[in-house]
Design a protein. Sequence first.
Length: 342
Amino acid sequence: MKAMVLRRVVNLADNRAPLELVELPIPEPGDWEILIRVSVCGVCHTELDEIEGRTPPSRFPMILGHQIVGRVEQAGRNASRFRPGDRVGMGWINHACGRCHLCRAGKENLCPDFQATGRDASGGYAQYTTVSQDFAYGIPEVFTDEEAAPLLCAGAIGYRSLRLTGLRDGEILGLVGFGASAHLVLKMVRHLFPRSRIFAFSRTPAERDFARELGAAWAGGFEEEPPAKMHRAIDTTPAWQPIVAALLHLEPGGRLVINAIRKEERDKEALLGLDYPRHLWLEKEIKSVANVSRRDVAEFLELAAQMPIKPEYQVYRLEEANQALVELKERKIRGAKVLRVD
Ligand SMILES: [Zn+2]
Ligand SMILES: [Zn+2]
């Protein structure tokens, strides 16, 4: 089979073709696994973090990609959940132990044995991949393969962030940063919590306009004061200053959820501006989001099908993966980027 593999951590600024096209044997599914013939694989910002070493693969060479849609080609001896020909998807969560106290409490995303697709296990930048049948999902019929792939990551993690805010209908939600995940969250909130107002914070006027178009009650820059205090907020920026500003505008007892794998060091001194009485006192909470659980992916796919959410996308061939990644890095973005593999 054809696969695009990463052999080592590189800086995309020095090397614009970090992935190499190779020919590999088709993997054999284990007893409880399925072999998937990949149709489409989404291209995610996290791949840039893997390539540049912010969250490096646990072994090399690695086949990246964790937003996979394809068809079951073959099922392992004990794998009876899907039949050959079924359309299935895979997301970021590839494995968790199922036995530790976190897994048993439904927090498998925090399991010490958590493995990520395309970082710790082979991903979807290839014609075939295998996965335990328990970590695959049926794809609702309303979506094409290209539409479904981007939902498997940005949508699922956005859904988890929203769940962690504990938002109730009528409460005000702040969206700090307005990229792929935040714009899906805005659509979910409009559907699930129709009485809630949404305030969007972004650096760029284009993103602020986009937020208003989608129904945000207010949109402004990170330093602007929103028209009311917010009960909950979700931060998707790589920086610290927007967090400090958001805490200032939180209601007493409010919660800020940070949805980022890593934060940049650049403006870390902004944290020195934290004033305990104004930013934190009165039981304000800060919580991060880590990974996704199977429940997040499955529930979000169902919600997205009901609404329905249909992402905009731009198609590349598998062999063009390097170009898609470089364009993502350079923010040449027209909808989600997907690789057409099959
Ligand atoms: Zn992703
Ligand atoms: Zn576990």
